[in-house]
Design a protein around this ligand. Structure first.
Ligand SMILES: [Cu+2]
Length: 427
C-alpha cells in the first residue's frame, strides 16, 4: 500500500521537477541576457545574494516539505480509525519547538540581510579601492594633487556616464569627455565603456519611469523623471552586451533595448576621438548628397543632430555616427547579418558577447524599414506597419503643440534610398 502511495506521489512530483529543471543546461545559463553568466563585480555580487537566498529556501523547502510528507504518511487514515475520537485533545504545544522556530526564523532573516545590506552599499557608488592610481584612466587628464585630495581626485578619475531614458530609447552622455546632448554629440542606444574600469552611471528620465539593466554586468536601477539615481558598473571581459529597459514605460517598452560595447581602454580612447569628429561632406552630386538635402526638406533635421551638417535637432537620437553602430531604433533592429552573427558566436564557443561586424546591406535595409515605417505614406499612398508602435518619430503628438500632427511624411522609394545612402556615410 505504501508503495502505491509513493508511486502516486512520484507521478505528481516527477513532472514538477522536470519542469523546474528544464532550461538548466550549461548553454541555457549562458544566453544573451543571463544573470547567471556574470561578467563584472556588480553582477557577481548580485548573483551571490541571489544564490544565498536560493540555498536558504532550498533548506526551508526540504525541512517544511519533509515534515509535511512525514506527517501525511505517519498519520494517514488506517482501517479501524473510525472508532477513534474525531477531535484530538487540545494541548499547549511545545515551548521549546516554538522558541527554536522563532530563533531559526530570525537566523534566516539575518542570513539574508547581511549580504543584502552589504550589496546595497557596495553597488551604490564606485568603491574607492577600485580606483587606485595605477588604474587612473588614460583618456582623462589626471587630476593634480597629493594624498590630501586623493578622494576628490578619485571622484574625478572615475569615468561618468549620464544615461537618459526616453520613450523608447536610451541616450548616453559622457560629460567629462564632451560628448553631451547639449554639446550636440550624445550617443544613442550603444553605450561604449572600457574593459576592467569602473564606470559611474547617473540615471535620469526625460519622460516616464524606465529602468537600466544589463543582465550580465549589473542591474536594475530606475530612471525617474525629476530625480537622479546612480549606480556603477564594470565589465571584466570585452564584448557586445545586451541591455534592456526593465520598467514598463508605454507602447514600445518591449522594443526599448540597448547595447553595451566593452572595449580595451586604448580602443576606447580611439572611439572617443572618432565620436568627436564631425560628419564628412557627401560627394557632390551623389545619392548621399541628395539624401542630405532631403534630410532638411523632410523635417528630419528638426529632431536629429548631425554634427557638422545639422545642429538644430536635440529631441531624437544623434545621428552623427549612426552608421558606426550595430543596431538601430532602440537597438530593436540589428545591423548584423544573422547568419554571420550565429557563426561568430559559434566560433567563440557559444560566447554571446562575440559579435559579427555591421553588414552594410542589412544596415541599409533597416534604415529604409525604419524611416519608412509607422504610417509613413509611400508614393503609392500605402502606409507601412509600425516597427515600434507609438514611437516618437512617427507619432510625435507628445509635443502637444496646436497644429502639429503625426508626421505622415510622403516618401517615395527613391527618397528613402537616398536618405539611407546619406545616413550610411555617417560613420
Ligand atoms: Cu521601458
Amino acid at each position: 500500500m505504501l508503495s502505491r502511495f509513493f508511486a502516486r506521489v512520484g507521478l505528481l512530483v516527477l513532472p514538477v521537477i522536470a519542469l523546474l529543471t528544464a532550461g538548466c543546461s550549461e548553454a541555457d545559463l549562458k544566453v544573451r541576457q543571463s544573470t547567471f553568466d556574470h561578467k563584472g563585480p556588480v553582477a557577481r555580487l548580485q548573483y551571490e545574494v541571489f544564490m544565498d537566498s536560493v540555498y536558504l529556501v532550498t533548506v526551508l523547502f526540504a525541512v517544511v516539505g519533509g515534515l509535511l510528507v512525514y506527517a501525511v504518511i505517519r498519520f494517514r487514515a488506517r482501517p479501524g480509525d473510525e472508532n477513534k475520537p474525531a477531535i484530538v485533545e487540545d494541548g499547549h504545544g511545545n515551548p521549546l519547538t516554538e522558541i527554536l522556530l522563532i530563533v531559526a526564523s530570525i537566523g534566516a532573516l539575518v542570513f539574508l540581510a547581511i549580504p543584502t545590506l552589504k550589496g546595497i552599499w557596495y553597488t551604490d557608488d564606485v568603491p574607492e579601492e577600485l580606483v587606485p592610481a595605477a588604474r587612473l584612466s588614460a583618456w582623462y587628464p589626471r587630476a593634480e594633487g597629493g594624498v590630501e585630495n586623493y578622494a576628490e581626485a578619485v571622484k574625478d578619475q572615475v569615468l561618468e556616464v549620464d544615461v537618459v531614458g526616453k520613450q523608447w530609447w536610451f541616450r548616453f552622455e559622457y560629460p567629462q569627455l564632451g560628448l553631451t546632448n547639449e554639446g550636440r554629440r550624445s550617443v544613442p542606444n550603444e553605450l561604449v565603456i572600457p574593459r576592467g574600469v569602473p564606470v559611474r552611471i547617473n540615471l535620469r528620465s526625460e519622460d516616464v519611469i524606465h529602468s537600466f539593466w544589463i543582465p550580465k554586468v549589473a542591474g536594475k536601477v530606475d530612471l525617474m523623471p525629476g530625480r537622479r539615481n546612480h549606480m556603477w558598473i564594470q565589465a571584466d571581459e570585452a564584448g557586445h552586451y545586451y541591455g534592456q529597459c526593465a520598467e514598463f514605460c508605454g507602447d514600445s517598452h518591449a522594443y526599448m533595448l540597448f547595447r553595451v560595447e566593452v572595449v580595451e581602454p586604448a580602443e576606447f580612447t580611439r572611439w572617443v576621438s572618432a565620436q568627436k569628429k564631425d560628419a564628412a561632406e557627401p560627394v557632390a552630386g551623389s545619392r548621399a548628397a541628395e539624401g542630405k538635402a532631403l534630410f532638411a526638406a523632410k523635417t528630419c533635421a528638426m529632431c536629429h543632430n548631425v554634427g557638422g551638417h545639422f545642429g538644430a535637432g536635440a529631441f531624437g537620437p544623434d545621428l552623427t555616427h549612426v552608421a558606426s553602430r550595430k543596431s538601430l531604433a532602440g537597438a530593436w533592429l540589428d545591423n548584423r547579418d544573422p547568419a554571420a552573427q550565429q557563426a561568430a558566436v559559434a566560433a567563440a564557443g557559444g560566447n554571446t558577447e562575440a559579435s559579427a561586424p555591421v553588414d552594410h546591406a542589412v544596415q541599409k535595409a533597416n534604415l529604409i524599414k525604419w524611416i519608412g515605417s509607422s504610417g509613413v505614406l509611400h508614393g503609392d499612398g500605402e502606409a507601412t506597419r509600425d516597427v515600434k508602435p507609438g514611437n516618437r518619430m512617427h507619432y510625435y503628438k507628445m509635443f502637444n503643440v496646436a497644429g502639429l500632427n503625426e508626421t505622415r511624411t510622403q516618401l517615395t522609394a527613391a527618397e528613402l534610398d537616398a536618405l539611407a545612402e546619406y545616413l550610411l556615410t555617417l560613420k
